[in-house]
Design a protein around this ligand. Structure first.
Ligand SMILES: Nc1ncnc2c1ncn2[C@@H]1O[C@H](COP(=O)(O)OP(=O)(O)OP(=O)(O)O)[C@@H](O)[C@H]1O
Ligand SMILES: [Mg+2]
Length: 283
């Protein structure tokens, strides 16, 4: 059984085709990096996997069943993580909000739920952070708490949308290493979207690259190659490898960096929804 299977999926939004004939399968426990330019459809693909985006054609199966809202074994870390500054809630409260039926500020938790939260905090080594107020934690610490929140319910599939945004290289490495460890220890399949491939190279099993309405899943060397990327970017792409790093170039423009530059520093999106669980209700 695959963790996530797209079967000839087409998605149209606002009259535009975002994805067509997407056909791939992510296996159990596999760590997949999701790449593609701004607007390529990374977020849409994750939201469709949560049953939040209608399909124009095809089918999506999650852990062997049709994708639906509120799948208990799917953890989600959205790209837009609403503003939290000024809230008097603690990190614990935020993670607790991932427990089904719990509400911000009113966590009526039983002993089993409290044990589950402690387990999720321990998995990302965030017990200490959890005691602090949310307006006193750094971006990297917040990322760990959001990851912890996504673990509530013991997911077998984790959809992590741009967890590296606004983190410096050391904290990026920390997040990638933590997710890798979780994926291996708990046998969780992971889709991890990012702006560039390099921070993920040491961790990922395969890469899912989106562009021009297409999705290509394969080994890094297969996918991050001139012919495939030229098709996905609709431009002549050259792939350079220097000192173990990969540079995706169109002429003298570095695609994976320059096309995303405006997003750097955007830690706090405009979206007030902050649920890390598949039962979030945005449509
Ligand atoms: N609700 C919507 N209605 C119409 N178009 C939408 C909607 N949501 C997203 N889109 C469009 O779908 C395309 C894919 O968007 P998506 O957010 O999935 O891209 P992305 O790869 O996640 O980009 P980024 O790197 O900026 O996060 C974009 O062109 C976007 O404008
Ligand atoms: Mg996105």
């Amino acid at each position: 059984m695959s963790a996530l299977r797209f079967d000839q999926v087409a998605i149209k939004l606002g009259g535009r085709t975002i994805l067509s004939a997407a056909d791939f399968a992510v296996e159990d426990g596999e760590f997949v990096g999701v790449l593609g330019a701004n607007g390529a459809g990374k977020t849409t693909l994750m939201r469709a996997s949560l049953g939040l985006v209608p399909l124009a054609a095809g089918a999506i199966a999650v852990l062997g069943a049709p994708a639906t809202r509120g799948h208990a074994r799917v953890g989600y870390m959205p790209q837009n993580r609403g503003p939290i500054a000024g809230l008097r809630l603690t990190g614990y409260d935020m993670v607790a909000s991932g427990v089904k039926g719990a509400h911000w500020g009113l966590p009526r938790l039983d002993a089993a739920e409290r044990r589950e939260i402690d387990w999720a905090l321990d998995m990302v080594d965030a017990r200490k952070i959890a005691g602090r107020s949310l307006n006193e934690i750094s971006g990297g610490e917040r990322q760990r708490l959001l990851l912890s929140q996504a673990l509530i319910g013991r997911p077998k599939l984790l959809l992590l949308d741009e967890p590296l945004i606004s983190l410096d290289p050391a904290h990026q490495k920390n997040v990638v290493d933590t997710v890798k460890r979780l994926s291996e220890e708990l046998k969780i399949a992971v889709l991890f979207s990012a702006h560039e491939i390099n921070p993920l190279l040491s961790a990922i099993d395969r890469v899912l690259y989106l562009g021009a309405g297409k999705a290509v899943l394969g080994a890094v060397d297969e996918v991050i190659a001139g012919p495939t990327l030229s098709r996905l970017y609709g431009a002549e792409i050259e792939v350079l490898r220097v000192g173990g790093r990969i540079f995706v170039m169109s002429g003298d423009v570095e695609m994976e960096r320059d096309s995303h530059r405006h997003e750097h520093g955007d830690a706090h999106g405009h979206d007030h929804q902050d649920h890390a669980h598949a039962d979030e209700s945005r449509a």
